[in-house]
Design a binder for this molecule. Structure first.
Ligand SMILES: Nc1nc2c(ncn2[C@@H]2O[C@H](COP(=O)(O)OP(=O)(O)OP(=O)(O)O)[C@@H](O)[C@H]2O)c(=O)[nH]1
Ligand SMILES: [Mg+2]
Length: 479
């Protein structure tokens, strides 16, 4: 479920309405002035940029995070377009058409690459150049008027009003026309939060439904035991994945194609040890310096490449023992970099905290949500976030719930019963007005089964397969 869906919708409605009203007033104010001074070159430029940003705005509707901005540009463009066409001023149909075609080419290219950030930049640039063209014309027309007519303050008042309206609209465009690099999803979770099993469940979905393939980068004494094939085979034999040990790192990158063409990828990192508390720029820089001291590589290169699993693999192959000595720093730098560059981030919340809520679990939740809220601030509001409660089968009977409605009801219940008391979660909830934040409950084992864990960390479990619940929703969040 989406946090604060209704309030965000109302806010979105107000912004769209503002864009529409600004556009109507601007049309009324500007059209008479534009009629006074509109040399061909200005009409050509204005028509081209109008076509470009309108069509780019339509393209932005294709992705949730950019939909509001796309809507804003469209409702702003329509009244002005109609006023220009109606009054036959400043409108060149051919160049408007060329602008639209350029917009279509840009939109198709960026959407196919899943780079809505680039599409949003094109749309913002198109809008700004259009606004600049119109403003230049209005200023020139005002100067003309002041020179030819008996002194009158009217054109100056029109000009000031137009400047103020464009300033407000430019602020709205800067604030709300955004897109994300939607193809990258990064999953981040502390120890024992259910990363390995969630990874296997997602692998299942990816291979079955998205024509997916996996790329694994594993750094461990026994690399084979962390490979997906091995983990699944062991599960099939009744052995749960063992806990990831200190000095081990698994990066699993799943790539697939949405609707057969749009590239999508998802990265999940499995590692031991806690990194939630020290995700910040200072720790990142310290980690980069520490790695450079151990391995002969320049800080610039490392800074550029540390988020790339293939680079880490190459580094590990070349400097095996050195990487081993600074593995913690490599993991931290890798996580930090991916949090910043991914379009979507999922934070795992260990469902075990809910099963022992009054027995220390609530403190753990306050702590995790506090860190996640801080990381959201660090990563910015240009992304989509999700909070994923794992192991839901441990505190809910899931067998009967197949429908989405039932599942959403369970999420609502969990939200109300446990999270409404967590003050740091409330902070995340407050952030949900500025950026889309989702709240999910998932399970790797829909059918609740006794899991016995022996002292070695491995155990036997009756279900020998991942039987996912709400994992498809996580995939839907990503793509
Ligand atoms: N009942 C139930 N148990 C789960 C689920 N997911 C994980 N677990 C259990 O939670 C423990 C941790 O799961 P992992 O998937 O290994 O979690 P992790 O985050 O990779 O843990 P580390 O590698 O130790 O950091 C194991 O004992 C799992 O059996 C789930 O959906 N349902
Ligand atoms: Mg693990």
């Amino acid at each position: 479920m989406k946090l604060r869906r209704k309030e965000a919708l109302v806010r979105f409605g107000v912004i769209i309405a503002s864009g529409f009203i600004i556009s109507i007033i601007l049309s009324i104010l500007a059209v008479p002035l534009l009629g006074l001074w509109a040399p061909d070159i200005m009409s050509v430029a204005a028509s081209f940029f109008l076509g470009l940003f309108t069509v780019s705005g339509v393209g932005l509707l294709a992705e949730e995070r950019s939909r509001g901005g796309g809507g804003l540009l469209i409702v702003f463009a329509l009244p002005i377009l109609m006023a220009l066409v109606d009054n036959a001023v400043n409108f060149n149909a051919v160049w408007f058409g060329i602008g639209c075609v350029a917009g279509v080419i840009g939109a198709v290219y960026w959407i196919a690459q899943n780079k809505f950030d680039s599409l949003a930049s094109t749309a913002r640039l198109g809008y700004k150049l259009f606004a600049a063209t119109i403003l230049i014309q209005i200023i020139a027309a005002t100067i003309l008027l002041l020179n030819t007519e008996i002194y009158s303050t009217e054109p100056i008042i029109y000009l000031i009003a137009a400047v103020i309206l464009f300033a407000i609209m430019t602020y709205l465009v800067g604030r709300f026309v955004h897109g994300i690099r939607a193809s990258n999803v990064f999953i981040f979770g502390p120890s024992n939060s259910g990363k390995t099993l969630l990874m296997l469940a997602l692998y299942n979905e990816f291979v079955k439904n998205l024509g997916g393939t996996a790329n694994e980068v594993i750094i461990a004494a026994d690399e084979k035991s962390m490979q997906i094939g091995d983990l699944l085979a062991n599960l099939n034999r009744g052995t749960l994945p063992r806990s990831t040990r200190q000095g081990e790192l698994g990066i699993y990158v799943f790539s697939g194609k949405k609707m057969g063409i749009i590239p999508v990828s998802l990265t999940i990192v499995d590692y031991a040890g806690e990194h939630t508390a020290n995700i910040n720029e200072k720790e990142y820089k310290d980690a980069i310096s520490a790695i450079c001291e151990e391995i002969e590589v320049s800080e610039e290169v490392l800074n550029e490449e540390i988020g790339n699993p293939t680079y880490i693999k190459g580094l590990h192959d070349k400097y095996r023992s050195e990487v081993g000595r600074v593995l913690d720093q490599v993991v931290l730098a890798y996580i930090y970099k991916n949090l910043l560059t991914s379009g979507k981030v999922l934070f795992l919340v260990d469902g075990d905290h809910l099963t022992r809520f009054h027995n220390g679990g609530s403190s753990e939740l306050i702590d995790s949500c506090g860190h996640y809220s801080r990381i959201m601030k660090l990563c910015g509001d240009d992304k989509m976030y999700g909070l994923v409660v794992t192991k839901t089968d441990k505190f809910y009977t899931l067998n009967d719930c197949d429908g989405t409605l039932d599942a959403e009801q369970i999420e609502q219940d969990i939200y109300k019963e446990w999270f409404s008391e967590i003050i740091t979660f409330q902070e995340i909830n407050n952030r949900a007005l500025d950026m889309p934040i989702y709240f999910y409950a998932t399970s790797a084992f829909r059918t609740r089964q006794p899991i016995t864990v022996n002292s070695g960390g491995t155990g036997t479990v009756t279900p020998r397969h991942i039987h996912p619940w709400r994992i498809d929703e996580i995939v839907r969040f990503g793509f």
